[in-house]
Design a protein around this ligand. Structure first.
Ligand code: SAM
Length: 296
């Protein structure tokens, strides 16, 4: 199976405004098997014949396709004109007129009537860079004002974020570059030595009021002596919750390793606090510049 590497995942953003994803990058997302598998399962669980679905930030339309093939009536909203045109053609070919593609800004768009399920994948590890929170919050506000409750079901339904202090090898053939690194979550990471297990710093449901900030002030007990020179952020999207049996369809995104401004040597058993704060949608430097690691 062709695999998307962690290095692929951010490169195509270069030269584009933060939340603009050029068409060629969409192929990388379509090749990201863990992402695709999780969304296909989540749509199968939440959508059936006749379900009214809204897909915000439809991209190439793949999530709309998943919903349409289950017999849903889908409205797909995409802001980038070239991407929207590509989606319109691909969806017409795949599912005929079962998806209505609208070229619009999802922050301003409302459907003509209530919907049952909202798909929204404008996600980046750490909730950085992309406007997921802003778009869903704006949608909820305007939807409730126009249609009243209840809100539709959101996919993803919830988010959990964790952080861990790590010792990261930032040397490349003897050349030291402390630059942020993306990592596949289920692959061995020989350059990274965790100094303590990850701790959750944020969790929320999309149906609840959404966070204005991503903030942490988390104390760890260091398990093995080392030099803490970075933190590793993990974001798990709970795409669909199941109740019988209890569980969820999850998409664990690539980790993000962010260097500290100054390394902190630590002995085993010492207490170490990691603190930071930024707004969802901010660029990675907003997280990096706010990072503080202190010993107590
Ligand atoms: C991460 S991609 C996901 C695309 C698609 N949902 C998928 O799962 O393959 C996010 C998409 O949202 C679009 N987008 C970002 N902000 C938007 C906005 N305010 N209104 C509509 N689309 C937006 C981007 O152009 C991009 O196509």
């Amino acid at each position: 199976m062709e695999r998307v590497t962690a290095a692929d995942l951010d490169a195509p953003h270069r030269g584009y405004p933060a939340d603009v994803i050029p068409l060629q990058y969409h192929a990388h997302m379509l090749l990201d098997e863990p992402r695709m598998e999780a969304f296909a399962r989540a749509v199968d669980l939440t959508v059936g014949p006749g379900t009214r679905v809204l897909d915000l930030g439809a991209g190439t339309g793949v999530l709309s396709y998943f919903a349409a093939r289950r017999g849903a009536h889908v409205t797909a909203v995409e802001r980038e004109p070239g991407v929207a045109e590509t989606a319109r053609a691909a969806l017409r070919e795949a599912v005929g007129d079962r998806v209505t593609l609208v070229h619009a800004d999802a922050r301003e768009f409302l459907p003509d009537g209530p919907v049952d399920v909202v798909l929204c994948e404008m996600l980046h590890v750490g909730l950085l860079r992309e406007r997921q929170i802003e778009v869903v919050a704006a949608f909820k506000h305007r939807y409730l004002a126009r249609f009243g409750g209840p809100l539709p079901r959101f996919v993803p339904e919830a988010c959990v974020q964790a952080v861990a202090p790590v010792a990261q090898d930032f040397s490349y053939r003897g050349y030291h570059v402390p630059a942020p690194v993306f990592q596949e979550p289920f692959a061995a990471q020989p350059r990274t030595t965790p100094l303590a297990p990850p701790a959750v710093f944020q969790r929320f449901f999309y149906s609840d009021p959404l966070p204005r900030r991503c903030e942490a002030s988390v104390a760890f007990t260091v398990e093995g002596a080392g030099v803490c020179n970075a933190v590793r952020l993990s974001t798990k999207n709970l795409l669909a919750l199941t109740y019988d049996p209890p569980g969820s369809v999850d998409w664990l995104m690539n980790h993000l390793v962010v260097p500290l401004p100054a390394p902190v040597p630590v002995a085993a058993g010492r207490r170490l606090t990691v603190a930071f704060g930024y707004c969802p949608g901010d660029e990675i430097p907003a997280l990096r510049d706010s990072l503080r690691v202190t010993l107590s």
